[in-house]
Design a protein around this ligand. Structure first.
Ligand SMILES: [Zn+2]
Ligand SMILES: [Zn+2]
Length: 172
């Protein structure tokens, strides 16, 4: 999968008509800025992992001022909005929907190292993750908002998970 999928779409569209060398330079710069922004909030001060920081910055359209303004007041709600945490209401809807040692799609039992779930605990085996994520990359607007494969689970799949599973596919 192409890393450009995860860039700010608007920035790419804005630059779509520019001559090609300039475009490449822009993308490079954007990636660098993007990484710096992620690192500026993925630390102990904010209590955020890189995955969480990325999801939050996407939500704030890469505007750190907007993020800073709201974060101190509204941490809990922002985490839910961004698909990092599950609201109490969703937890009730979802209770009892996870089967700890089986893949939700193929229903095969796997050992722990072959299963993966987001913090919600909705496990898929690596093959089902590959299929699921591959399907989601066909349209990059869908990619950006891909949630946990469990129906009604609001957690958003971090891009790192896409890279992890889709890298594997290329090696098959
Ligand atoms: Zn499976
Ligand atoms: Zn889930």
């Amino acid at each position: 999968m192409h890393i450009i999928n995860f860039l700010n779409i608007l920035d790419l569209l804005k630059n779509a008509n520019r001559p090609r060398p300039y475009n490449i330079y822009q993308i490079d710069q954007l990636l660098k800025q993007r990484k710096n922004l992620i690192r500026s909030i993925a630390n102990e001060d904010y209590g955020l992992s890189e995955d969480e920081a990325t999801l939050i910055l996407m939500y704030f359209k890469w505007n750190k001022e907007d993020f800073d303004l709201l974060w101190t007041k509204d941490k809990t709600d922002i985490r839910i909005e961004c698909g990092i945490d599950i609201s109490e209401a969703s937890k009730i809807v979802l209770s009892g929907m996870n089967i700890p040692d089986s893949s939700k799609f193929c229903l095969v039992s796997y050992s722990e190292e072959d299963l993966f779930a987001l913090t919600c605990g909705h496990h898929l085996c690596k093959y089902c993750w590959e299929d699921y994520l591959k399907l989601k990359t066909e349209d990059f607007l869908v990619t950006l908002s891909t949630t946990c494969p469990q129906e009604k689970c609001p957690l958003v799949v971090p891009e790192r998970i896409f890279f992890k599973y889709l890298e594997n596919i290329q090696k098959h």
